[in-house]
Design a protein around this ligand. Structure first.
Ligand code: ADP
Ligand code: MG
Ligand code: ZN
Length: 552
């Protein structure tokens, strides 16, 4: 068996450590100026370079190169023996293994000995948070008066478990998750050196999958390379179990056409064949999130094959942003619940049932008063509305035409006609400065209808409105809070503000004014009346998208 790739690729020189520049620079300076401390604590997620850096430091302090700046030189006898794992004065203790307690207890005795090979005895204690209290106390005693020839490097993934007494005696360095781009760069280098064939899409997917841990990224690549096949995105997804599940695709299709029975059949046959309900719910969330990102114009950031991308493109045509965010929420709830539920498939069935109903939400809201009357006169009648479902509306050209024309009437008629009532109407009583004949509650209640109206006219405007973080009112003006100045400016530019204003005016039956503001903290809104926050998922996704665009 050949050596694991990540071991083979463990950096032997400072220059090869990526993504931790702040730490490497500090340590290099310490070496250069011959001011190395006696106790270090390296914390951070696994696979980000803690052990690697600890060994580099151990090597550097014992390097025999005359020039401090070039330590570790990787050429002298000491450097070579550290690389080969036979350097007597480097002692690595894994606190997670059983023998570690004794190791640390012995430590105090052993520590008295001077280094035999190098200048310093270096103790690397990995997963130091796992030490028993007794061992910690022994360690603490040692750290209080470290012998001049000893250096301790403690490493941990869980720094919050380290007693303050230990923390205060160490020089601390926090290792960060490594950005996707940097992981991809290193993987590319490795692919060339190892003569592998992998395309960029796959490397990006591996990098994202490894969530900032370089070791995981290299191991994933290693795992894929060992299949002996050409590494494609399909292969990667299969091996990693992230391939888009056909059941997920089918389920979304069926929810869109309100085929409840089909949905449940799909679900049950998947569960019968051993699919874990929680895992399945997560896949649904992932997939729906992908649809959401596509609608937000950010399809670049999703890892799917071209074939699935096409299917997703088709599906996003059928579902509104509003429904998508609701679906994400429903399945996200299911994913968080299914573990606890006594009936494992129940959470998913509920999500499906509610998801299917979403497609007549709009209808039932508009029709609510009449439906109640009908139900009173014909109590046996099921509440099955004659109105077309949301989905039918979106696919039936006739319906689209009538809806379109209604929207056009609202948005394209001359401005005055849209203002049946104006700000002269003053509500009696306590708030003389509030002139609008509607309050925050009416705004809240109108929001769904406003969004639906706008969706039939300008998808972009609806998406923008969906990214709002808060709604409030001040002096009769509807204040829409955005999290970033970019979004605020976008709303102020072009026709968005006018469209939103008209939609509110139409739905509220009174002249409505809207204003965009940037909100960073709640306190920005203290002098406003009551505010409310719409679903933050879309805005979260937008933010996410924004960041990704920034990076690339
Ligand atoms: N910052 C990094 N730069 C380059 N390679 C890294 C980095 N972090 C981790 N690696 C790779 O991952 C492997 C394991 O890293 P390691 O230092 O043992 O991580 P940790 O101790 O933080 O869990 C290394 O052998 C190396 O191949
Ligand atoms: Mg480690
Ligand atoms: Zn050397």
């Amino acid at each position: 068996m050949s050596e694991a790739l990540y071991r083979k690729w463990r950096p032997q020189l400072w220059e090869k450590v990526v993504g931790q520049d702040h730490i490497v620079q500090t340590l290099k300076n310490a070496i250069r100026s011959d001011r190395v401390g006696h106790a270090y604590l390296f914390s951070g997620p696994r696979g980000t370079g803690k052990t690697t850096t600890a060994r580099l430091l151990a090597k550097a302090v014992n390097c025999q190169s005359d020039d401090l700046k070039t330590r570790p030189c990787n050429k002298c006898e000491n450097c070579l023996s550290v690389n080969q794992g036979r350097f007597m004065d480097l002692i690595e203790i894994d606190a997670a293994s059983n023998t570690s307690v004794d190791d640390v207890r012995d430590l105090r005795e052993k520590i008295g000995f001077s280094p035999s090979q190098g200048k310093f005895k270096v103790y690397i204690i990995d997963e130091v948070h796992m030490l028993s209290t007794a061992a910690f106390n022994a360690l603490l005693k040692t750290l209080e008066e470290p012998p001049p020839h000893a250096i301790f490097i403690l490493a941990t993934t869980e720094v919050h478990k380290i007693p303050a007494t230990v923390l205060s005696r160490c020089q601390r360095h926090e290792f960060r998750r490594i950005p996707v781009i940097i992981i991809v760069d290193l993987l590319k280098e490795l692919v060339v050196a190892e003569k592998l064939k992998v395309d960029d899409d796959t490397l990006f997917m591996i990098a994202r999958q490894s969530t900032g841990a370089m070791r995981d990224a290299i191991s994933l690549l290693d795992q894929l390379a060992s299949t002996g096949d050409v590494i494609t995105l399909e292969l990667a997804q299969q091996v990693l179990g992230t391939a888009t599940n056909q059941t997920v695709i089918n389920l979304v299709d069926m929810i869109c056409v309100q085929d409840s029975k089909g949905c449940l059949d799909q679900l049950h046959s998947a569960l019968d064949s051993g699919t874990d309900p929680r895992q399945f719910a997560r896949q649904m969330v992932d997939y729906l999130r992908g649809l959401m990102l596509i609608q937000l114009g950010n399809e670049k950031s999703i890892d799917v094959t071209d074939e699935v991308r096409q299917i997703m493109g088709r599906q996003t045509q059928k579902v509104s942003m509003f429904i998508l965010t609701e679906l994400v929420k429903l399945f996200n709830n299911a994913a968080n619940e299914s573990r606890l539920a006594w009936q494992p498939s129940l959470a998913l069935e509920l999500a499906i049932a509610q998801g299917v109903q979403l497609f007549d939400v709009q209808t039932s809201q508009i029709q609510a008063p009449r439906l109640i009357k009908e139900e009173e006169s014909k109590p046996s009648r099921q509440t099955k509305s004659k109105e077309p479902s949301e989905y039918q509306k979106q696919v039936d050209p006739e319906i689209i035409k009538t809806e379109k024309s209604e929207a056009e009437k609202v948005f394209e008629s001359p401005a005055k006609e849209n203002a049946p009532d104006s700000h002269e109407v003053v509500t009696e009583g306590e708030r003389p400065d509030v002139k609008a004949p509607f309050g925050i509650n009416e705004v809240r209640e109108s929001l769904t209808e406003v969004k639906n109206l706008i969706r039939n006219y300008r998808k972009n405007t609806e998406a923008l409105l969906a990214s709002a973080r808060s709604f409030s009112m001040k002096n009769g003006v509807i204040i829409i809070g955005f999290q970033s100045p970019v979004l605020k400016e976008r709303m102020e530019k072009g026709e968005h503000q006018e469209i939103i204003q008209r939609a509110f005016s139409h739905v509220l039956g009174a002249d409505a004014k809207v204003k965009a503001v940037v909100i960073n903290a709640k306190s920005n809104l203290v002098d406003h009346e009551e505010e409310f926050e719409p679903d933050s998922l879309v805005s979260a996704a937008l933010d996410l998208g924004g960041k990704i665009v920034d990076k690339e």
